[in-house]
Design a protein. Sequence first.
Length: 665
Amino acid sequence: MPSLARCSLTAVPGGTTLTRVAHPAAAFRPEPGTIPEGPGCYLFRDGDGRVVYVGKAKSLRSRVSSYFQSPTGLATRTRAMLEAAAAVEWIVVDTEVQALHLEYTLIQRHRPRYNVRYRDDKSYPHLVLTTSEAVPRARVARGRVAAGDRRFGPYAHAYAIRETLDLLLRVFPVRTCSQGVYDRAERTDRPCLLHHIDRCAAPCTGEIDHDEHRELVDGLARFLDGDTAPVLAELEAQMQAAAVELNFEAAARRRDQLLAARRALEQQQVVTDRDEDLDVVAVYEDELEASVQAFFVRRGRLVGRKGWTVDKVEPLTTPELLTSFLLQLYAERPDEVPPQVVVPVLPADAEPLSMLLAEQRRQQRQGRRGRPTARVRFHVPRRGPKLELLTTVTNNAREAFQRTRLQRASDFDARSRALKELQDALALEEAPLRIECYDISHLGGTEVVGSMVVFEDGLPRKSEYRRFKLSVDANDDVAAMREVLRRRFARLVEERAQPVATREEQPRFAYPPNLVVIDGGPGQLSAALEGIATTGVDDVAVVALAKRFEELHRPEGGPPVVLPRGSEALYLVQRLRDEAHRFAVTYQRTRRRSAVTTSVLDDIPGIGPTRRAALLTRYGSVAALRRATEEELAEVPGLSRTLARTVHQHLKDGTGAAGARQEPT
């Protein structure tokens, strides 16, 4: 048995204990007696301190010890993980529920290489009600939404949402305009066209007050949630009452609204014969990959679906895969946990997972009408409509699996060829699995910034992107490149020198690249090499990509490397260069825009961050502020008549001359 490294104990908030065991060699097996028997999570780290795998266990001693059995009893992917690892640590918690939640949190934080990751098969659109705003609006959105907003879907196509929304706006004429359009209508006291065609109740001009508009938004949310019967009954009653009173115009409007509401309902497929909320999850998999599909049913109607794909880089059974997926799904949809989840088999750790989701459901139901049950039940159907629905979802998962396999086989082959071609062309010892590319951007020597983008396995790793604000503004790309590379590799040296045990957060620069690509020619390449040399790092391959002929310059000089036209390697370095340029220009424009919009207001006595934000929120730009009268400025919240006069006079006396527009380099 190998000698053991010294263990260190560190207190963890919440009464947990973190124990770290490391060994300078590859044999880092801990003494079984030092591993606690309670539930918790364990982390394997590589030699640079990067977390490569996170797992959970009911008994840490039993689970962690199982990794150090005879290699013949381990799966191939598990052996690969252990070969990459250099240390193991664990965190002890009180319950299995805490271990389940902690595992998901650690995976999201560290993004370990050997844990499964779920990728959306596409970015599906949602219908979002921005209930977090004072005057909510309905909009089509993809991705995350602000805390407090309601979202419905996802839908297969954006046009499907817009068709449904257009129908429902006849019944619930809520605001759909952008903040700029709303503010302009509010200033001019003139509603936009949507009000004149009965698609908006115009809260901007006071046609209805904010409370009445909020009631419309709540009614739309209830309708989208499936509570449709009261809406239809009320419209029917209003139509009949108007007809009895011989108010045929009002009766016709209610008739049109009733027809629109019924047409919107027709677009939602009825999938169960009961008025119930549930999600249906199905898996289609082989030993290496899996496809997961989820259908979302509310009030018996199918309101949305979504698909994910996953590389099974760790050997997971179907129940374990379901547990991992459900944690991911309801982390993305924290306000949409249903009381029932239909699954092909019960997930692993079903009881603690049910308790965790039930607690999440209780939180989402706080403040809503009634006291619905917070219990979350997993159901494996054996017969009936739910089994038929599960079969349909499974068929969708199988078709998605086959499509994804064909597409990803092509993509993987292309990336592998690109890395191999680049390795051969530059005579590298190994394929450049991690490539960093650097670019400089400025506007005539002002607001000089640098960018660092990272590609791993031929794909962008955006969480590793970094931006640099240069210490000196000068029209000198060579000096700027020297400074950026010096700062980047100085941080590499600094963070490498830190003991892994003292790093409370994932290091930002401690992972060395296999290849550095500089956007520029021999001058920028020499500057980059000088910057790296000052830090003492001498084991990194560096090349410069000249834009004119797409040729790679190497430090040893000689003729540049010209990659064949149409090669995957050329396409990869072009993507790197373009992404670094985009990232640098975006940062430079952000800094320039910030300087332009705040410098004038910062010079006005009495205008601090709060009042400056209020002015820019109301008028949108300094140019619009210059056109405002003193009386209009006094209407801005927080501005007195005296301060409005000061602002007006300052902006009137200022030159405000805008120079000729230039594009950053």
